[in-house]
Ligand binder design. Structure first.
Ligand code: COA
Length: 535
C-alpha cells in the first residue's frame, strides 16, 4: 500500500496558531474531566471514604486487568446542565479477567448516586454499546434510585434498563451486578435481572421499599438488614449468589465469575497484531493539523498519516469528487475504509463516490471510518438542478443500510445534512467520538443568525411594518453566541450526542480498541441490502 507523502509545515504560523487553539480546547476538556472525577465534591467523597467505601473509579480500577486498555465513555455527560458533570455515573469499557466488558458504576457521592435524565441517557447508551458489540455488562450498584425532582422524565423510559438486562441474558451475554450499598425500588431489579449477583456484607441494601416506606405501607417495623441485607438475600430470598466480605472481596469475586463466563461472548475478533507498523509521522502533530478557524478546511490526509498503520493509504478515486477523501488503510492491523471530508462542502460527485465506496466496503466486509469535517451539502440553483438532493439521498441511503460496523470521529465541523451523510449519531455508528475543536449544529452560527434575520425581515415586509435594525443586530449577536456555545464539542458531549471527546493524539489507540471490539460481532451474513437508489 502506498504511504502518504505528508507535506505538513510544522514550522509555519498556521500550524502554531492551530496548535495553540487546540491546546486551549484541551485545557477546557481537562477541566471538565476534573469536574467529573471530583464526583459530588470533597464533602461527599470524604464522607464516603470515611464510611470505608471506595469511589466508583477506585472500584473500576480494582475490577479491571492492570495494564489492559480502559476506555471511559461519555465522561462529561451533563456538562452545561444543572446536573453534576458525569451525570452521577461512570461508564467505561474495561477488560475483566481478559474479557472486554461494559462497566456501569453509580457515583454515590453525587446526590446519593441517584439517576437523573442524563444518567439514564448515558447508561442506556452504554447498554447499547454492550449489546451491539456483545460485551458482558457489569453494574457496580450504589444508588438512591430515581432522582426524585426529575422522576417524571425518567420513570417510564428507565424501565428499559431492566428489560435490556434480561435480553442480554437471553442472548447469552453475561450480566453481573455487585451491590455495594443502596439498591432500592427499581434499583433492586438491577441485581434482580442480572445473571450473577454479588452483595457486600453489612453494606448492600436491596429492597423494594426501605423501613420507612414499609412502615407507611403496612405498619410493619423492620430494618435494612432484615429487608435487604446481603446475609438475608444469600440465605433466605436467594437473590444473592455471593456474599462478599468487603468491597475488595466483591471485586475479586466478579473477576472470578468473568474468568469463567466472559469468553462465551466472543464470536470473532482476533486481538490486534503487535507487529502492525506505527504511523510514520508523530501523533503529537495532530494538535496543529485542524484549522483553528473551522471555516478553513484542511487536508484529512495529514490526520490519516498520523493514525493509520505505516501511514499507508490506498486512495480510492483520488481525482473524482475531491472534497471527500476515500480509501483503504489499517489501524492496529484492522482493515478499514475511510471517508473523510477535505473541503467542507459535499457536492454531487462526492455523494456518489461515497455511495460507491460504501458498497465496496460492504462487499469486502470491511468496517468504515467517517472523519467528519463538513459544512453540509452544497446549496444554490446550479447544484439543485444537478440533483444535489437526490445525490445526498443516495449517500444517506448507503450509510443507513450499510451493514459493516461504522466508526465516526468529528475532527472539525459537522453541520447540516452532512452530519447525516457522514454517519452522525442518528445513523448508529458503533462508536462516535469528537475532537475538542469539533462543532456540530444544523448550520454555522453566522448562517443561522443570518437566516433568522432574513426570515424576520420578510415577515415584517409582508405585514408592511418597518424593520427594527437595532433589534435585528442584537438578535443576531445573541443567536450567534447561543449557537456557538451549543455546538461546541463539550456542550454536544454533555448532551450525550457522542461517546466522548478525545485528545486527537489518542485517536489511533481509541480506534484500535474500537475496531477490536466491533470485530467481535461481524457484519450480518446476509450482507447489506440498500434501499432504491434514486439515480
Ligand atoms: N433523588 C434526589 N436526591 C437524592 C436522592 C434521590 N433519590 N437520594 C439522595 N439524594 C440527595 C440527598 O437529598 C442529599 O442531598 P443534600 O446533601 O443536598 O442534602 C444527597 O443526595 C446525599 O444524600 P444522603 O442521604 O446524605 O446520602 P447517604 O449516602 O447518607 O444516603 C441514600 C444515600 C441513597 C441511601 C439516601 O439518600 C436515600 O435513601 N435516598 C432516597 C432513596 C429512595 O428511596 N429513592 C427512591 C427510589 S425510586
Amino acid at each position: 500500500m502506498p504511504a502518504l507523502a505528508d507535506g505538513l509545515d510544522v514550522r509555519g504560523e498556521a500550524y502554531a496558531g492551530n496548535r495553540a487553539a487546540m491546546l486551549e480546547r484541551l485545557a477546557e476538556l481537562d477541566a471538565a474531566l476534573d469536574q467529573a472525577r471530583a464526583g459530588g465534591g470533597e464533602k461527599y467523597t470524604t464522607r464516603h471514604h470515611a464510611r470505608g467505601k471506595l469511589l466508583p473509579r477506585e472500584r473500576i480500577e480494582l475490577l479491571v486487568d492492570p495494564d489492559a486498555p480502559l476506555l471511559e465513555l461519555m465522561p462529561v455527560a451533563a456538562y452545561g446542565s444543572d446536573f453534576a458533570v458525569g451525570a452521577s455515573v461512570v461508564t467505561c469499557i474495561g477488560f475483566v479477567s481478559g474479557t472486554p466488558c461494559v462497566i456501569i458504576a453509580n457515583d454515590p457521592t453525587v446526590r446519593g448516586g441517584s439517576v437523573n435524565p442524563y444518567s439514564l441517557k448515558k447508561t442506556q447508551r452504554a447498554g447499547e454499546i454492550a449489546w451491539v458489540n456483545r460485551l458482558p455488562m457489569v453494574n457496580l450498584v450504589e444508588s438512591g434510585g430515581a432522582d426524585l425532582p426529575t422522576q417524571a422524565e425518567i420513570f417510564i423510559p428507565g424501565g428499559r434498563a431492566f428489560r435490556d438486562l434480561t435480553r442480554f441474558s437471553a442472548a447469552g451475554i453475561p450480566t453481573l451486578a455487585i451491590v455495594f450499598g443502596n439498591a432500592t425500588a427499581g434499583g433492586a431489579y438491577i441485581p434482580g435481572m442480572s445473571d450473577y449477583t454479588i452483595l457486600v456484607r453489612d453494606r448492600a441494601k436491596v429492597f423494594l421499599g426501605g423501613p420507612p416506606l414499609v412502615k407507611m405501607a403496612t405498619g410493619e417495623e423492620s430494618d435494612d438488614e432484615t429487608l435487604g441485607g446481603a446475609q438475608m438475600h444469600a440465605t433466605r430470598s436467594g437473590l444473592a449468589d455471593f456474599v462478599a466480605a468487603d468491597e475488595h472481596d466483591a471485586l475479586r469475586l466478579a473477576r472470578m465469575v468473568l474468568a469463567r463466563v466472559g469468553g462465551a461472548t466472543a464470536v470473532g475478533g482476533p486481538p490486534p497484531d503487535p507487529s502492525a507498523p506505527p504511523p510514520r509521522y508523530d501523533a503529537d502533530e495532530l494538535l496543529g493539523v485542524p484549522s483553528a478557524d473551522l471555516r478553513v478546511p484542511y487536508d484529512p490526509r495529514h490526520v490519516l498519516a498520523r493514525i493509520v498503520d505505516g501511514s499507508e493509504f490506498d486512495e480510492f478515486k483520488p481525482r473524482y469528487g475531491t472534497a471527500l477523501v476515500t480509501g483503504w488503510a489499517h489501524v492496529h492491523s484492522y482493515p478499514l475504509g475511510v471517508l473523510a471530508n477535505a473541503r467542507g462542502v459535499l457536492y454531487s460527485e462526492e455523494a456518489q463516490k461515497a455511495a460507491q465506496f460504501i458498497q465496496l466496503a460492504n462487499a469486502a466486509r470491511v468496517p468504515l471510518l467517517f472523519l467528519q469535517n463538513t459544512t453540509g451539502y452544497m446549496v444554490g440553483a446550479r447544484y439543485e438542478q444537478q440533483g444535489i438532493i437526490k445525490h445526498g439521498a443516495l449517500m444517506i441511503n448507503a450509510v443507513s443500510n450499510s451493514r459493516v460496523p461504522h466508526l465516526t470521529v468529528n475532527i472539525g465541523a459537522s453541520y447540516g445534512a452532512g452530519n447525516y451523510g457522514m454517519c452522525g449519531r442518528a445513523y448508529d455508528p458503533r462508536f462516535l467520538f469528537a475532537w475538542p475543536n469539533a462543532k456540530s449544529a444544523v448550520m454555522g452560527p453566522q448562517q443561522l443568525a443570518g437566516v433568522m434575520s432574513i426570515v424576520a425581515r420578510q415577515a415584517a415586509a409582508a405585514k408592511g411594518t418597518e424593520y427594527d435594525e437595532e433589534a435585528d443586530a442584537s438578535m443576531r449577536a445573541m443567536v450567534e453566541h447561543q449557537i456557538e456555545a451549543q455546538s461546541a464539542a463539550l456542550a454536544m458531549s454533555g448532551r450525550l450526542y457522542d461517546d466522548g471527546v478525545i485528545d486527537p493524539r489518542d485517536t489511533r489507540t481509541v480506534l484500535g480498541l474500537c475496531l477490536w471490539l466491533v470485530s467481535r460481532r461481524p457484519p450480518d451474513e446476509a450482507g447489506a441490502r440498500f434501499g432504491v437508489f434514486r439515480m
